[in-house]
Design a protein around this ligand. Sequence first.
Ligand code: ATP
Length: 368
Amino acid sequence: MANLSLDGTTKVFDDGDDEIVAVNDIDLEIEDGEFVVLVGPSGCGKSTTLRMIAGLDTPTSGTISIGGEPIQDKRPQERDIAMVFQSYALYPHMTVRENMSFGLEESTDMSDDEIRETVEDAAETLGITPLLDRKPGALSGGQQQRVALGRAIVRNPEVFLLDEPLSNLDAKLRAQMRTELQQLQNDLGVTTMYVTHDQTEAMTMGDRIAILNDGELQQLGTPMECYHEPSNVFVAGFLGEPAMNFFDLELDGGTLRGDGFDYALSPEVAADVDGHTDVTLGIRPESVDIIDDIDDAADEDVIPATVEVVEPHGDENAVHLRIGDETDASLTVMIDGMRYLSAGQEVGVRFPEDAIHLFDGVTGEALH
Ligand code: ATP
């Protein structure tokens, strides 16, 4: 079983006067054959995590195991891991065939015939057979990417590590390669950790996603779990485009009070936030109702707002609104592309209670 686990894994870089905690006490288990995407903003520790697993950086503390066996003291070439880098790292003076054979010649006792067969099988799988005798300089970005993958596949590793492998490709090719990579990983059934800063890539590719911020694991779950049940404000704001709307409010009895509006909670929801004074309310742009004719909406839960900008996105429009007259509270709402709203229009917005997220205003932890 090639499950990959990190236990209390930490990396501190000593940068002269400063100590940089790049990865802070991460516990993470990837099951055999699972595809986990490690995602987070620039500098959050993604590459350092991957490099420690590959053996290119040494953990300051904690363990890393494959199939239950600690590997952190093994040299990179002794680990049954193949890594694909953002830069592809192909040898420019070698042909595609030589690039793919090289690792096998160096580190296995396979015969020349076995190596040729393995390379040709991988080339077939990746659709690059006609390119085998070309050099990397004569290949497109997408083709080079396939060769880099081919070089990893031929080693038949227990674990694949992929570090932003699609970031040098244009948007269309990236979307195509995402699907191909998922299919390939599924066919090969290799335990895979895939690093990206792109939340769309994470949401669409991973069996589960691990969200990192400031070197700390924020949440590990399926894309849907992380999207619908974020463990804290960071995860809630990181996943989703446009981002979730947040309002800093104060709990007063069963009502949240804030800049320009009050929000009355049902007794069940109020029980979840009981004892917290500062509460952040979050609601996704697709979950807000807009009521065009505010005169018809005498409901207490309708909040007056003014349309500031309408941004067409094709079949949907992003509407940016300001709450009340003189507040700093603004929000973005996604509406059907056929629905007409114009800048300056007075409308009402409503936050259905079953769509709201509530977080502690100080710690950011999810409360409801
Ligand atoms: P990006 O998406 O920009 O590649 P990342 O999430 O992969 O970022 P890391 O490259 O792992 O982040 O870096 C995490 C932190 O560790 C950053 O603050 C970075 O500056 C620091 N760091 C990384 N490598 C070193 C090093 N060799 N020496 C000192 N600090 C380092």
